[in-house]
Ligand binder design. Structure first.
Ligand code: NAD
Ligand code: GLY
Length: 391
């Protein structure tokens, strides 16, 4: 990780994703949207751009990006899509691809994904298949996208059989992270992204987790130095893991900590606004640590620290904190069996020997998972519910 000065003399951090000929930089700093034109022009001279965004992000940030590209002499067309997870489907992909052709893209055209994980995944996937693959740049505007989805090259749309089942690995050529873009992000979305930040501390960085225990509230309140430290630390962790295992045949699976439970919870609520991805991951982190403790792997005080911190920030940590519904352990396990991470019929869980001690296990007795879920569901149904419900 280095700190560099761009031509406007404002410092930004640079994290490199080392992937040989496909290596790229992640630039993190304040006011990067208004500097994006210059940063792109000096790296991709003479290339035309198509910005893909959604209507919420467009309202808040498109003018700044377009203005900056125009000032740097970069020819640009913009395409605006509907916001939300429902845009990650074949219909919206087709619309986007037709709009790209209407914009007369060529092999040298750069797609710029300006938005959260939905726009990044969708625009990245479109870029990976049009004209047999063209370059794209990620300009993430949610915390989740800044610390996770914009880095690592996973692109996807959803199928009626499950989330992110149709996609490709297509690495961006550059990731530009303007931490000030988070100023306009709704609090609930910010909090959902925070669960992915916590994940990096829990995987292998107990020092970062301890830093979050002290500084998480400041980060969420928008304190610039805290934001920057959290985003840079998260990106550096993701860059290291992706460089070691781009196609998720090994260590990259650790990034799924909390996600086996989380995806099942999301599937049960229909991948809609009732439960955001990051909220499901928050509950999933709590459940993964509870399961690790149940299996005799993780000391109980570590489980308490994890759930106490997530709850203190306002995230769900268990099923009792989720929207009321008739939860069923059997149905949640059924969802898990459809997960991409199932290998030879076995459900893979990321467990932990403590904070910072995550590992992948594919031999977890399903009965232990069932009884844990049943117990937490019963606890949620009991009159003395845990406080901190999120929606
Ligand atoms: P999102 O893209 O839907 O954005 C959340 C909401 O915030 C949207 O309504 C959006 O319009 C709005 N928004 C975005 N930036 C804003 C800003 N700065 N100001 C105001 N509003 C803003 O959701 P997300 O949480 O960013 O991403 C979730 C998606 O990411 C899921 O589809 C998930 O599968 C995917 N994902 C992908 C990866 C990966 O590695 N590719 C990793 C994690 C998640
Ligand atoms: N978000 C998980 C990954 O990129 O592998």
């Amino acid at each position: 990780m280095t700190e560099s000065l761009d031509r406007s003399e404002a410092p930004c951090d640079s994290v490199r994703v080392e992937l040989g000929a496909r290596s790229y930089e992640i630039l993190v700093g304040r006011r990067l949207l208004v500097r994006a034109g210059q940063l792109i022009a000096e790296r991709f001279a003479g290339r035309r751009c198509v910005v893909v965004t959604d209507s919420n992000v467009a309202r808040a940030h498109l003018a700044a990006l377009e203005g900056s590209l125009a000032s740097a002499g970069v020819k640009t067309t913009s395409i605006m899509l509907d916001p939300g997870e429902q845009s990650k489907d074949f219909d919206h992909l087709e619309v986007l691809i037709e709009r790209l052709f209407e914009a007369r893209i060529e092999r040298s055209t750069l797609v710029i994904a300006l938005g959260g994980g939905v726009i990044g995944d969708l625009a990245g996937f479109a870029a990976s298949i049009v004209l047999r693959g063209i370059d794209f740049i990620q300009v993430p505007t949610t915390l989740l996208a800044q610390v996770d989805s914009s880095v690592g090259g996973k692109t996807a749309i959803n199928s009626r059989f499950g989330k992110n089942l149709i996609g490709s690995f297509h690495q961006p050529r550059l990731v530009l992270i303007d931490t000030d873009a988070l100023d306009t992000l709704p609090r609930r979305e910010l909090l959902a992204g925070y669960a992915e930040v916590v994940k990096y501390g829990l995987i292998d960085n107990p020092t970062f987790f301890a830093w979050l225990e002290t500084n998480g509230a400041a980060l969420l309140a928008g304190e610039p130095t805290a934001r920057r430290h959290a985003v840079v630390t998260s990106c550096a962790a993701k860059a290291r893991i992706v460089a070691a295992d781009e196609r998720e045949t090994g260590v990259r699976a650790l990034l799924n900590l909390g996600h086996t439970f989380g995806h099942a919870l999301e599937a049960e609520t229909g991948f809609g606004p009732a439960l955001l991805h990051g909220e499901a991951v928050g509950a999933g982190l709590g459940l993964a640590f509870a399961l690790s403790s149940r299996l005799g792997l993780c000391p109980a005080p570590d489980v308490t620290r994890v759930t106490r911190h997530l709850a203190a920030m306002g995230l769900p940590t268990t099923i009792a904190d989720l929207p009321e519904r008739p939860w069923s352990a059997a149905r949640l396990i059924e969802h898990m069996t459809h997960d991409k991470k199932v290998r030879a019929g076995r459900i893979a869980f990321v467990l932990a020997r403590g904070i910072g001690g995550a590992f992948v296990a594919d031999d977890v007795p399903i009965e232990s998972v069932r009884s844990l879920l049943a117990e937490f569901i019963d606890r949620g149904a009991a009159p003395a519910r845990a406080s901190g419900a999120t929606s």
